[in-house]
Ligand binder design. Structure first.
Ligand code: FE
Ligand code: FE
Ligand code: ZN
Length: 279
C-alpha cells in the first residue's frame, strides 16, 4: 500500500511555529506535537500572527498534515483543590482559542489525577469542565489520552474515558489519543493481542473516536502502571509489535507521534526506521 504515512514526533515550540515546522521538515516528519506552553503551566507567549501564517504555508508546501498540541501535563481538571481545577480549565480554554489560528487540528490532554476523591468524582469534575470549555464553534478536536493508571490517574481504563465522553454534551468535539507505552503499562496487551485490544477499544469507546497514536516503547513490563517511555525497539514492546501497530488496517491512516527519549537526530533515525517498516 502507498497511502500517506503521517509520522512525526514531539518538537520544541520555544522558537515559534515556523522554527518548529522547519525542524519537522529537517527530520522527514509529516506530523508535529508540541506543548502549548511551559509544562509547569506558565503564561503562553503571545501568538505572532505572521509566524502562524508562515507556518501554515510551510506546512502545506512540505506535506505536514497533523499538528497535535499537547496541554501541559501538570494541568489537572479533577484536582481536589478548586484553584488548581480553575487554573486548568482557564488554561485549556485559552489554548483552544489559540488553536483556532491553526484550525481543524488536534489538542491532547491527560484526563487528570483524582488525588483521593475517587474515580467517579474525578470523572464528574472532568466532564463538568469540558462542558464549560468546549464550544460549538471550535474546529479543534480535543483528545483524551489513554494513561498508564499510575497513582490516582484517570484514563488507565477505556471505560473511564468512555464515561467522560458520555457525560460531555459537546462530545462530537472529543476523541482519544492512544499512547502505546501507556496502554501496555495499563495492562492492554498490544504486543500479543493487538486485535483484541482494538476490539475492546471499539466495544467500549468506539473506534471512530480514535484520532491519534503516541508511538512509544516502554521501559517497564506489561501491566506495571509506570509510564516511562523508551526508544523504539529498546523496550518491552519491541520493534515488531510497533511495526504491527503502524501497519494495522484500523490504525494506519491515523497520525503517529513519537514521544521517545530523543533529541532531533534520534527522532530523525526513528522516523526513518518506522518509514522503512511501513508496508
Ligand atoms: Fe501525554
Ligand atoms: Fe503520550
Ligand atoms: Zn507518558
Amino acid at each position: 500500500m502507498s497511502d500517506t504515512f503521517i509520522i512525526g514526533c514531539h518538537l520544541s515550540f520555544s522558537k515559534g511555529f515556523c522554527a518548529m515546522g522547519a525542524d519537522a521538515v529537517s527530520i522527514g516528519a509529516t506530523a508535529i506535537q508540541f506543548f502549548t506552553r511551559n509544562p509547569r503551566g506558565g503564561v503562553a507567549k503571545a501568538i505572532d500572527a505572521d509566524d502562524v501564517a508562515a507556518y501554515n504555508e510551510l506546512a502545506a508546501a512540505n506535506g505536514i498534515i497533523t499538528l497535535l498540541a499537547h496541554a501541559s501535563y501538570t494541568l489537572n481538571l479533577c484536582s481536589g483543590d478548586k484553584r488548581i481545577r480553575k487554573f486548568a480549565e482557564e488554561t485549556m480554554a485559552d489554548d483552544l482559542l489559540r488553536m483556532e489560528l491553526t484550525p481543524h487540528q488536534l489538542y491532547n490532554f491527560h484526563p487528570g489525577s483524582h488525588v483521593g476523591q475517587g474515580i467517579e468524582a474525578g470523572i464528574e469534575l472532568i466532564s463538568g469542565a469540558l462542558n464549560r470549555i468546549l464550544t460549538p464553534e471550535q474546529t479543534t478536536t480535543v483528545l483524551l489520552e489513554t494513561m498508564s493508571g499510575k497513582g490516582s490517574e484517570i484514563g488507565g481504563k477505556f471505560e473511564e474515558l468512555r464515561d467522560i465522553i458520555d457525560r460531555t454534551e459537546q462530545n462530537e468535539k472529543l476523541g482519544v489519543c492512544l499512547d502505546t507505552c501507556h496502554v501496555y503499562d495499563a495492562g492492554y496487551d498490544v504486543v500479543n493481542d493487538l486485535d483484541g485490544v482494538l476490539a475492546e477499544f471499539d466495544r467500549v469507546i468506539g473506534i471512530r473516536r480514535l484520532r491519534a497514536i503516541h508511538i512509544n516503547d516502554s521501559k517497564n513490563p506489561f501491566g506495571s502502571h509506570k509510564d516511562r517511555h523508551e526508544k523504539i525497539g529498546m523496550g518491552n514492546l519491541g520493534v515488531e509489535a510497533l511495526a504491527r501497530i503502524i501497519n494495522h488496517p484500523l490504525l494506519r491512516s491515523l497520525p503517529f507521534l513519537l514521544e521517545t527519549p530523543n533529541e532531533l537526530p534520534g527522532y530523525a533515525e526513528e522516523i526513518a526506521l518506522l518509514k522503512k517498516l511501513r508496508k
